[in-house]
Design a protein around this ligand. Structure first.
Ligand SMILES: *Cc1c(COP(=O)(O)O)cnc(C)c1O
Ligand code: SF4
Length: 336
């Protein structure tokens, strides 16, 4: 984004334009945040592997002048990403083995996940799919029908999960096409969307999108990805409330990240504030061990200690389930 342009001017644009104006340069981002680029542990090498990409609406939630801001830490390419950590690999959760055909991941009973796109509005440094070969595995217009046929042929599948990348980067027209096809499958009860866009690009939650989800003909569930209460800016709050008011079940999942939210008070605040917007906590994930993300890792024993503290501070329904993903397992694994 042009640093001279005001936030208000930017936010008056539609979501596609806002996306096109996301920060991709360290200098622009630093100018916006009133930070000295030279004072940050930025790594060009890390940015070459996985580009810097931050929508203005997400940067607007960062604290100006704070090089340790927990939101900035999630998106800044740093030297630590180039360090090798034992046990961190390119396919940490066995996705490649779980793909019966392009765009389809079928690991768990009753649920099928569609990799609808490889793109995201934001590049989260901790992302477990940062090394994922999307070119081969994402759904394309050509392979979409085969994916629909796969679901149609298995009456045991009651839920389809749109994932990615970020499925809400698909146009309304593409989403409407997919929903129409899902609607033709009687044994499908629910459509679930996993998205970080309500957080990082809330302009995506247009009235038209909300209508589309509310009228999909199946029960609509949206799992939002929010890691820290500071991510809940005004536009995000409005987006969640709008979805909630239209009867879309809202859940939140977070990743437990060192230096971001590895703190019971931070997680407690997140649960409380999300509930105020109609969002219930779902999962708190231990980091998937993807290459380049080792510096975010929180040990299992520390994670459990944080959960004990969190449980003492919150009503049971505001406590997320601490889980980890294990390649080949029949579900996410509860960590207790
Ligand atoms: C995480 C995941 C799901 C969803 O699991 P839930 O426990 O139902 O949230 C489904 N399919 C795949 C491939 C997954 O990785
Ligand atoms: S939004 Fe999700 S899939 Fe996209 S980069 Fe962030 S963590 Fe990865």
């Amino acid at each position: 984004m042009n640093a001279r342009q005001s936030d208000a001017g930017h936010f008056a644009k539609n979501w596609q334009q806002q996306l096109a104006e996301a920060f991709t340069s360290l200098d622009d981002l630093c100018r916006y945040l009133h930070l000295e680029a030279g004072s940050l542990p930025f790594s060009i090498g890390a940015a070459q592997q996985f580009a810097l990409k931050v929508p203005v609406s997400f940067a607007a939630c960062m604290e100006k002048g704070n090089p340790h801001d927990p939101l900035l830490r999630q998106v800044l390419p740093v030297n630590d990403e180039l360090r090798a950590y034992a046990g961190f690999t390119d396919d940490p959760v066995g996705d490649i083995a779980a793909s019966p055909q392009a765009g389809v991941l079928h690991k768990y009973l009753g649920r099928v996940l569609l990799v609808t796109t490889g793109s995201c509005a934001v590049n989260c440094r901790y992302c477990f799919r940062r090394n994922f070969p999307y070119g081969d595995l994402q759904l394309s217009k050509q392979t979409e029908q085969a994916a629909i046929d796969y679901i149609q042929a298995d009456p045991g599948i009651s839920e389809v999960i749109l994932s990615g990348g970020d499925p809400l980067l698909l146009s309304d027209a593409r989403l409407a096409q997919l929903f129409a096809k899902f609607n033709g499958i009687a044994h499908l009860k629910r459509v679930r969307i996993h998205s970080r866009l309500p957080i990082v690009l809330p302009a995506r939650v247009t009235d038209a999108l909300v209508e589309l989800l509310a009228q999909s003909g199946k029960q609509a569930v949206m799992v939002i990805h929010c890691n820290h209460a500071n991510e809940l800016g005004e536009q995000t709050r409005a987006a969640c409330q709008k979805l909630h008011q239209h009867g879309i079940t809202l859940l939140n999942q977070s990743v437990l990240l060192q230096g971001v939210n590895d703190d019971a008070a931070v997680l407690g605040r997140l649960s409380e504030q999300m509930f105020g917007l109609g969002v219930l906590p779902y999962y708190l994930h231990l980091l998937d061990k993807a290459s380049g993300t080792g510096h975010f890792d929180v040990s299992e024993s520390r994670a459990m200690a944080i959960m004990v503290e969190l449980q003492a501070a919150l009503p049971g329904y505001l406590l997320p389930k601490l889980v980890k993903e294990q390649a080949g397992a029949a579900s996410k694994m509860l960590v207790v």
